[in-house]
Design a protein around this ligand. Sequence first.
Ligand code: NDP
Length: 283
Amino acid sequence: MTQIIDGKQISKQIKDELKDKVSKYKSEGTEISMAVIMVGNDPASAVYVNNKKKACEYIGIRSLSYELPEETTEAELLELIDKLNNDPSVNGILVQLPVPKHIDDNKIIRAISPLKDVDGFHTQNVGSLCIGEKGFVSCTPAGIIQLLKRSGIEIAGKECVVIGRSNIVGKPMALLLLQENATVTVCHSKTKDLKEVTKRADILVVAIGKPKMITSEYVKDGAVVIDVGIHRNENNQLCGDVDYDDVYEKCSYITPVPGGVGPMTIAMLMNNCVESVALQMSE
Ligand code: NDP
């Protein structure tokens, strides 16, 4: 029988563990704080930022909110990041992406101190992941590893296929699975005969950004299917990159949308923020 991986419940478990760690830090006189910067007023970004602030509040992390106007210059944003980098009371710095077009997002990501880069996007952290050294890992793929492990799914030795090669999901996902001793294949828009490749997967991670593209024809019997996509369908309901109803019967485990991968991203952001304290202390 197919088991539904409950991301809401697993993320709550992680947040509760973090809450305990934060209160232990507090009892030792250490308060954790995270700066959350948003430039402009994109409604989707506002929702994400608000959810991140709520999670901070739940766990006991102090969130410092910087809501900057759309016309903020790149130089002004870099100046704020520099100030926060040098402020020892700030542990994590997050710039909500996308930033307005006149700001170079790569320049912004590179300006954040790698020790405060709780999103795990800085090239130094990406490099650390690549060679298996300590550092921050991009939150969505890190959350997927937690979903698998906490559901009791063995990764070592498994044939894993990741569809998508973005810097924030596909590539770090492949590296993390490799670190867990899986045999990993990465597919993308130029992959020939996608179905033939995905049907080999014991664990299939789908991060394409195309609503319901993955049907049962792409899935091996008994596979674990992890759906990263988030979309609104014609009835304004959330759906993923996987055609859940079509694929469900074929899988051993599947993540729903909503309530699968989504809640894990924020939980892992909180985890990175708590981890930042030890990382900064060790420097
Ligand atoms: P990107 O658009 O950056 O990457 C999509 C990837 O899918 C690319 O590598 C692209 O290939 C590949 N792709 C596109 N079409 C096909 C196709 N027909 N066949 C095979 N591969 C294809 O997306 P992201 O990685 O940022 O996000 C993916 C999805 O996950 C989105 O729906 C996004 O909203 C969601 N998301 C959800 C998060 C969460 O917290 N749940 C967090 C982040 C993202 P190529 O490189 O060749 O163009």
